[in-house]
Design a binder for this molecule. Structure first.
Ligand SMILES: [Zn+2]
Ligand SMILES: [Zn+2]
Length: 299
């Protein structure tokens, strides 16, 4: 199974700090480079991460609050100046089409092809190898959370194929597709010569207050990335601004049976004490870590 590389380009919250830029996460696998949110300054974060922004194939917007999208105009302009030649697909909640239109009007000399997909919950993109699912969150404005799922792959057990002396012919493909075959009068069951290579799942739950749909979407994630704007001590503020506390995030990880929780989007008030947030979350879900700008991870 191929790797998914996650690059945390920005891990800050509504107000950026010296160390934390606004939110942007790049998920790379095979020929795809999916960007989840694009806060102000994201194109510069690409430079720091030494990744070319022209590699982006699709952008997924969680919601249209400034800290998640103000990097788009600059990024588009740079892509245009870099002769970006593919069609850039942009997925986002209700309103996305109108906002993209506004950005296009704003930018002088705009020469990239955009295709906007205004989406709601469910499977929003599916190819042979992967899919992206979305669920609606609660944040006072249309907001989506996303799961990136690399599908299970059926592989041939090469040792068994060799042992059975099966020729390298279309029959192997049939076996791989689950069809039983007969060779020289001998029946071979597909089940006996194939195995399943488990896929991978990464879920991004950015701004939202706690809700069951996030748990459902994140079910069995290898990696769950959530916002965590507040400490449990500031739960009243989290409720007022419709954000997650450390305990909310950990609860989503635990109930969804995710394997690892990564916390991002901490409020600037915890700039000097992110450990407090991590400690609170760890009490409920042990495998938790607060991520920082330019952290990278291979799944
Ligand atoms: Zn935010
Ligand atoms: Zn927000």
């Amino acid at each position: 199974m191929e790797d998914i590389k996650l690059a945390f380009l920005g891990t800050g919250s509504a107000i950026p700090t010296k160390k934390h830029n606004h939110v942007a996460i790049l998920a790379s696998f095979a020929d795809e480079n999916l960007l989840f949110d694009c806060g102000e300054g994201t194109q510069r974060q690409f430079r720091y991460a030494e990744i070319s922004a022209t590699k982006i194939t699709k952008i997924f917007i969680t919601h249209w609050h400034g800290d998640h999208i103000l990097g788009l105009p600059g990024l588009f302009q740079t892509l245009a100046m870099s002769n970006y030649s593919r069609t850039l697909h942009i997925y986002g909640p209700r309103g996305t089409r109108r906002f993209i239109q506004l950005i296009q009007e704003l930018i002088f000399d705009f020469h990239i092809n955009l295709e906007v997909h205004e989406i709601s919950s469910g499977t929003v993109l599916e190819t042979r190898d992967y899919k992206v699912e979305a669920a609606e969150m609660s944040h006072g404005t249309p907001t989506l959370a996303y799961s990136l799922i690399l599908k299970d792959k059926i592989r041939l057990n090469k040792a068994k194929i060799k042992k059975l002396k099966l020729p390298n012919s279309p029959i192997l493909k049939e076996l791989q597709q689950g069809k039983d075959i007969t060779v020289n009068g001998k029946k071979i069951k597909a089940k006996s010569v194939v195995y399943v290579e488990k896929g991978k799942k990464v879920t991004f739950v950015l701004d939202t207050s706690y809700n069951e749909r996030a748990v459902e979407l994140a079910k069995d994630s290898d990696i769950l990335v959530t916002e965590c704007s507040f400490s449990k001590e500031d739960a009243d503020k989290a409720r007022e601004y419709r954000h997650l506390t450390s305990e909310d995030a950990a609860k989503i990880a635990k109930l969804s049976k995710s394997k690892k929780l990564l916390l991002t989007h901490l409020s600037f008030r915890y700039e000097h004490n992110p450990h407090l947030i991590e400690k609170e979350a760890k009490r409920i879900f042990k495998n938790t870590k607060v991520v920082n700008d330019l952290d990278a991870l291979v799944i």
